[in-house]
Design a protein around this ligand. Structure first.
Ligand SMILES: [Fe+2]
Length: 477
């Protein structure tokens, strides 16, 4: 049985199932291991970890500790409680209308960040005038439709991770600050800080920065220096503001004082520094790395919510969840009716009732004509509470169940041929995107919205499933 315990209850002989912290913040080479001695417990405590999950089938038990199911149920209740608020995501135009512009803005920002970071590696100064127009265009896009650019930010190529992560943190900071009703100048400066927050990584040896595996304790200590380096670089950048410097200098500080480099606590960390910490962890958790599989956005949000007891400002975490949605665009969900669909848009009034494009019935195990279901429309909250309206039963674990959504779509035989263009056309139809199937970025975006992606266009999944057949074990749990 998996149980959640406080680290003060840890004893040698217990089996760690999950360290319950973001994997970039701890120095352990293994995620699951048997505690052999007190020194290991001390190392866990020193890493700022407060609660861990233990496997009582593989080690000692703590009788009074809650099970993982109990913890999840409690978290879900709390999330549902505050999720019945208005979405803070802007939607002045439809996502489909904004995607083309957002794609260009994202590409441009990527090139600019790459150029600036490579300049820094060569010892040159940051030219702020190159970053500012890019942040301004990102802000304009987010103010037209927040979902479009943020969906594109989920595309990550492993080789370009540092640059793309910087773009994502910039965009997420702009969106988050806007949701917090901050003024235009603060939003702009926070966006710049987000884009440049990891600039100090260019001073970290490549062998550590791009190591294709978990870092050793020594390498981890070297990696941590990137925050101090970021602050140093930005402090001598002409035209930079204190807000942008704070975002970079404090993005690894934690609310309980367990962060670095200064171990600041609570209000000692600026509000934008606290926001940057949430955004940075969210983007890192949802990104694939060579030694780490990215989490689905909904799972990452729930983990951040769970950790907000200690590591983040809980009020800001709730505000962040409102700013991107409890079920972000591109999440695959199963409705309680058994229909499978993809979240295509947030609902203005209720974050747990987004618009979903359904395309498959798990009850009849067949595809159905794609249809947009607005989970709130025409039902009213009272009726929704009485379960008369369709609602999300759960998010479908397309990764952990070894079921890729694209494989699934293909196997479900939604009119998709072996030809990849046809396949992508169908994916767009299912997700509600209308751009040309031949557009490679849109293909990536559509893929990124569903998880296991890049493999999917190369591997249609016919080896795993027969046509018209779905592995029901993964859908009915
Ligand atoms: Fe960082």
């Amino acid at each position: 049985m998996i149980k959640c315990i406080n680290v003060s209850d840890l004893r040698p002989g217990m089996f760690i199932h999950d360290l319950n912290c973001d994997w970039m913040s701890h120095p352990f080479l293994l995620k699951r291991f048997l505690i052999k001695d007190e020194a290991e417990i001390e190392k866990i405590t020193d890493s700022g970890i407060h609660e861990v999950y233990i496997d009582t089938g593989k080690g000692m038990d703590v009788a009074h500790a809650p099970t993982v199911t109990e913890v999840k149920r409690q978290l879900e209740e709390e999330i549902r409680e505050f999720a019945q608020h208005e979405s803070a995501l802007v939607r002045k135009v439809e996502a489909a209308e904004e995607f083309d512009r957002a794609r260009q803005i994202h590409q441009e920002a990527h090139q600019i960040v790459r150029g600036i970071m490579q300049d820094v590696r060569l010892g040159k100064q940051v030219q702020l005038e190159r970053v500012e127009p890019s942040v301004a265009r990102m802000t304009e896009s987010i103010l037209r439709n927040g979902g479009a650019l943020l969906s594109l930010c989920r595309i990550k190529h492993k080789d370009d991770y540092t640059f793309l992560h910087s773009v994502s943190v910039g965009a997420l900071m702009v969106s988050f600050c806007n949701a917090m009703d901050m003024d235009a100048q603060t939003i702009h400066e926070a966006g710049i800080g987000g884009m440049l927050h990891d600039i100090g990584k260019m001073k970290i040896p490549d062998s550590v920065l791009n190591k294709p595996g978990k870092l050793t304790d020594q390498e981890f200590a070297v990696m941590k220096c990137h925050v101090v380096e970021s602050k140093k670089i930005l402090s001598v950048t002409e035209g930079i503001t204190q807000i942008a410097i704070n975002v970079a200098a404090q993005h690894h500080e934690r609310h309980d004082g367990s962060g670095y480099p200064l171990g600041l606590k609570g209000d000692q960390i600026s509000q934008l520094g606290q926001m940057a910490a949430i955004v940075d962890v969210y983007d890192a958790l949802t990104s694939d790395r060579c030694y780490h599989k990215g989490m689905a956005p909904t799972d990452a949000l729930r983990k951040i919510y769970e950790w907000s007891k200690f590591h983040f400002n809980p009020t800001l975490v709730q505000a962040f969840m409102r700013s991107i949605g409890i079920y972000p665009v591109g999440t695959l969900v199963k409705l309680e009716s058994g229909r499978l669909g993809v979240v295509i848009e947030q609902n203005d009034n209720n974050l747990i009732a987004p618009k979903v494009k359904v395309f498959f019935s798990t009850r009849s195990n067949t595809h159905i004509p794609p249809e947009v279901v607005d989970l709130s429309r025409g039902t009213g909250r009272q009726r929704w509470r009485q379960d008369r309206a369709p609602r999300i039963g759960r998010k479908v674990a397309d990764r952990s169940a070894a079921l890729s959504v694209t494989d699934f779509l293909y196997s479900a035989n939604l009119g998709v041929g072996r030809n990849s263009s046809q396949r992508h056309l169908l994916l767009q139809g299912a997700a509600g995107f209308t751009d040309s199937a031949s557009n490679p970025d849109i293909k990536q975006m559509i893929h990124a919205g569903r998880g296991k992606i890049y493999q999917c266009s190369r591997h249609p999944g016919t080896r795993r499933f027969q046509r018209n057949q779905v592995d029901r074990r993964h859908l009915q749990r």
